[in-house]
Unconditional design. Structure first.
Length: 71
C-alpha cells in the first residue's frame, strides 16, 4: 500500500487495457500490472488470467489472448 491507497485497486483497470487493439498498449499493460499485484497474490492472479483464456467452445479474440499471455 502506497500513501494509504492500495495499488492493487488499479490492477483490474490495467488488465482491461491488455485487450486493446494496439499491441503497444497490451505490452505496456502487461509490464504495468506486475508491480500492482502483491507477491502473495501473484499465483492467484496468474491462475485467474490463465482461466480467462477462451476454450475451444468460444472463438478466441486474438487481442485479448495476446494481452493475457503477455501478463
Amino acid at each position: 500500500m502506497e500513501g494509504g491507497f492500495p495499488l492493487d485497486a488499479f490492477a483490474p483497470h490495467v488488465v482491461r487495457c491488455s485487450c486493446s487493439p494496439s499491441w503497444r498498449v497490451r505490452a505496456l499493460a502487461a509490464r504495468a500490472v506486475v508491480p500492482l499485484v502483491a507477491p502473495a497474490e501473484r499465483r492467484e492472479f496468474l491462475l485467474s488470467a490463465i482461466l480467462s483464456l477462451p476454450g475451444a467452445a468460444h472463438p478466441p479474440e486474438s487481442n485479448a489472448v495476446h494481452g493475457t499471455l503477455l501478463q
